[in-house]
Design a protein around this ligand. Structure first.
Ligand code: DGY
Length: 349
């Protein structure tokens, strides 16, 4: 880390009072949701922690209360932290150590202006999220849910040559929207399934990565969409990706195409997608995330060619533990006077 930055951080600690005397006062940390037991235990050992025993999402007032009094806030994606709330943050609040990779619920630019750092937990969610992306693809393209429902109804009369015909993955063109860690992990899996990998990204990836992933780059998202059989949304939600798949772009897809989203609902115009799925202008969708959080378009629920999941793509025991370790490291390293390794700055978004 540049020496100037260390100096600045130390100055900041001293000017805000209390923090520099690490041995005298432990950092006060507020955690907004229940985390794995081992993570909570370690947090308790290291810091003055206030845990949320009930796991009920905190209200806006409670979050503002935490911002006013604590040194560090550990929120999750269920906690919106906007400019109005950050304006009320107390003198001691210095770090928002998000438990999660996405930070679209936090106004990172305002936090920075107010001298509050933001960190997240990248790297540890990609493989699990990519697994779930493939699972969604398989379920909707191979009609696994239809078959499973029949078996649960106890009405199966036996094998039939024409029953449950789905779409073969091998040979299909997959268009990955966002070739970051998750997109790359999806590409590796898709290659193993014999799919042809295409991608659109803000920046073209390094040629070595492109050839390792056997991925074809499309500068024009519109042109890629017109040619693929499956779209996988793997980019973060930022102002520039909001409704990237809007009604116009969704119409570029073939009527036989599938849409998979394990990233953020806001990237896709959910109403337009629902209309197209209902009218048969799209073949199906696998969605783990929704544009308005828990307020899922009720018409989506009525569709047979759609699989809906409750934002569980990264939900493995391993990922949640590793996310906790990252949160602890970010706070600890910050407490020791260094930049948190997973600091998020507005230019990254
Ligand atoms: C994240 O960390 O942002 C993920 O969406 C959680 O699954």
């Amino acid at each position: 880390m540049p020496l100037l930055l260390v100096f600045w951080l130390n100055r900041k600690k001293q000017s805000r009072g209390g923090w520099s005397a690490k041995s005298e006062r432990r950092l006060s940390v507020v955690v907004t949701r229940r985390l794995p037991e081992a993570v909570e235990t370690r947090l308790r050992e290291l810091f003055e922690v206030k845990l949320n025993e009930t796991d009920t999402p905190m209200t806006r007032e409670q979050l503002v209360g935490a911002l006013k009094t604590a040194d560090v806030l550990v929120p999750t994606l269920t906690d919106t932290i906007d400019a109005g709330m950050l304006a009320q943050a107390g003198e001691n609040m210095r770090l928002i150590a998000n438990y999660g990779a996405g930070v679209d619920h936090i106004d990172v630019a305002t936090a920075r202006q107010r001298g509050i750092l933001v960190s997240n937990t990248p790297d540890v969610l990609a493989e699990d999220t990519a697994d779930m992306t493939m699972a969604l693809m398989l379920v909707v393209m191979r009609r696994i849910r239809d078959g499973s429902s029949l078996m649960q109804s106890d009405e199966w009369t036996g094998w039939s040559p024409s029953a449950f015909l789905g779409q073969r993955l091998a040979g299909k063109r997959l268009g990955i929207l966002g070739m970051g860690q998750v997109g790359s992990a999806v590409a590796r899996r898709a290659n193993a399934f014999g799919m042809q990998v295409h991608y659109h990204n803000r920046k073209r990836v390094h040629p070595d990565t492109e050839s390792e992933l056997a991925a074809t780059y499309w500068e024009s998202l519109d042109q890629m969409l017109a040619r693929v059989d499956v779209v996988s949304v793997n980019c973060p939600h930022t102002p520039s990706t909001y409704h990237l798949l809007n009604a116009r772009r969704l119409k570029l897809l073939k009527p036989t195409a599938f849409v998979i989203n394990t990233s953020r609902g806001e990237v896709v115009d959910e109403n337009a997608l629902t209309r197209m799925l209902r009218s048969g202008d799209l073949a199906g969708a696998g969605l783990d995330v929704f544009e308005h959080g828990t307020q899922v378009n009720p018409r989506l629920r009525e569709l047979d060619n759609v699989l809906l999941l409750p934002h569980m793509a990264s939900a493995t025991v391993e990922a949640r533990a590793e996310m906790g370790e990252k949160v602890i490291l970010n706070i600890k390293i910050f407490d020791d006077g260094h930049r948190p390794p997973d600091q998020v700055v507005p230019s990254m978004l």
